[in-house]
Write a protein that binds this ligand. Structure first.
Ligand code: GDP
Ligand code: MG
Length: 426
């Protein structure tokens, strides 16, 4: 079984939580894109963890975690994340963590570039991209310029150091243009020596490892970061991430472009949230927004930023499901809607006086207005529900309505952050 677990919306749907739950039946969990801009919160019997780079399978003793070819890895961040997990009693060895030799290294100057550019945009246009300022866009740009360093280079640092001066000469042309001090080779060598060397033991050809695993019948889960609407090609460009968050990319980003997915599970939230900038048609403002944000505790796991919120968006979610090719859905955070008298759903957008139901080109989104419909809420604490039969009629109707509007089967519903707070619907 080769399953992709991906986000249908703007990210923060609860992917980490579902990967932690469903990895019970998997041998391997592989992150296939993105970097430490991810924030996957997992709550289980071992505690509460916020994972940025590490696949969410790391908390299961029987699971091997892979960081795939499509990822960008900040060495200091990973070194520290491993340290935090180890001090919480999680064992991390080359036996249960394998990092692709082809994954890209995020450099300290990429982080600097991200900050310089967001600050420049803020000053020049008042409209920054809303980046997490962790160097993700600049490091992916370096990858496509073919000027990035790869994890496999940690295995021969002397060879890497021969390449370093030329890369720095090129990079410093940009940094100086922003009016900043050029980056020095010693600082970068120090970065590789301090944080890169200890990680070298995890580096391997994950393609060989995953192919052998698949051939011997092992179950592999591919874990995405962010959601369809933040995809570099299909998302709300330029307010997206810089990687492919789409399930079809999973085999490529993992290191096994030859393998085909068996199933794609889309993670979709019972309402909407969006961290950072960009068009967000169904957005609530004022008191309504504050109420939902507080109920859902919508503050970014990676950055602590207050997330923008709104009701469930049928137009965006249907597009997300299509982009992901989701076979089934896990609907998360249904319990957050518990106390609401009425629940709104954004069923359509209005554009120039016409009702539309296809998600439009990003620029057009600025002119779209949401069309809301209301359904009856339920007055029951869902957090203790574990079976379909435990759900109040209105909650079941809400699930069935979303299924119908999105034309996709909702197989799981989660009603709490803890591992066992979920209901299997089929
Ligand atoms: P991810 O980036 O997709 O992994 O999602 P995040 O971890 O950033 O955001 C999801 C947040 O909701 C986390 O704080 C989770 O602990 C929490 N969460 C996940 N599922 C549920 C749920 O069903 N109910 C509640 N109340 N919280 C949930
Ligand atoms: Mg998150």
């Amino acid at each position: 079984m080769l399953t992709a677990v991906c986000g249908i919306n703007w990210g923060d749907e609860g992917k980490g939580r579902m990967v932690d739950l469903l990895s019970e039946n998997y041998d391997i969990v592989c992150r296939y894109q993105g970097g430490n801009n991810a924030g996957h919160t997992v709550v289980n019997d071992k505690g509460k963890f916020i994972l940025n780079l590490m696949p969410s399978g790391i908390l299961r003793d029987n699971v091997v975690c892979v960081m795939g070819t499509g990822m960008v890895i900040d060495l200091k961040h990973l070194f520290e994340e491993i340290g935090r997990l180890k001090s919480a009693g999680i064992s991390i060895t080359p036996e249960n963590l394998k990092i692709s030799d082809k994954a890209i290294i995020t450099m300290p100057y990429n982080v600097l570039q991200d900050i310089m550019e967001e600050d420049r945009l803020e000053k020049a246009t008042g409209k920054p991209y809303g980046s997490t300022r962790r160097g993700i866009a600049p490091v992916y740009a370096d990858k496509y310029m073919k000027k990035a360093f790869r994890m496999g280079e940690l295995l021969d640092l002397q060879r890497l150091y021969k390449r370093l001066p030329d890369i720095l000469e090129w990079k410093n042309m940009t940094i100086k243009a922003y009016g900043f001090e050029p980056v020095k080779a010693e600082e970068m060598i120090n970065y590789f020596e301090t944080y890169g060397k200890p990680l070298a033991k995890f580096v391997t050809d994950t393609g060989i490892y995953l192919n052998e695993a698949a051939a011997s019948g092992k179950n592999i889960m591919f874990e995405a970061q962010l959601g369809a609407l933040r995809d570099i090609d299909y998302g709300i460009v330029p307010y997206t991430s810089s990687s492919s968050t789409i399930a079809a990319y999973a085999p490529i980003g993992a290191g096994v472009p030859n393998l085909k997915l068996t199933k794609t599970l889309g993670i979709m939230k019972a309402y909407s949230s969006c961290v950072g900038e960009g068009p967000f048609t169904c957005e609530y403002f004022g008191e309504k927004a504050e109420k939902l944000r507080e109920l859902g505790k919508e503050y970014g796991a990676a950055t602590g930023r207050a997330r923008r919120v709104g009701p469930f968006d049928v137009v965006a979610s249907r597009y997300g499901i299509r982009c992901q090719g989701a076979d089934e859905i896990a609907l998360t955070k249904l319990d957050i809607l518990d106390g609401l008298e009425e629940i709104e759903i954004c069923t359509h957008y209005e554009l120039d006086g016409k009702i539309i139901d296809e998600f439009p080109f990003t620029d057009v989104l600025d002119d779209c207005k949401p069309v809301f419909e209301k359904v009856k809420g339920w007055h029951k604490d869902l957090s203790k529900c574990r079976k379909k039969q435990d759900l109040p009629k209105e909650a079941l109707e809400y699930i069935r309505l979303l299924e119908k509007l999105c034309n996709c089967k909702i197989k799981y519903v989660s009603v709490g952050a803890e591992r066992d707070a979920f209901i299997k619907m089929y």
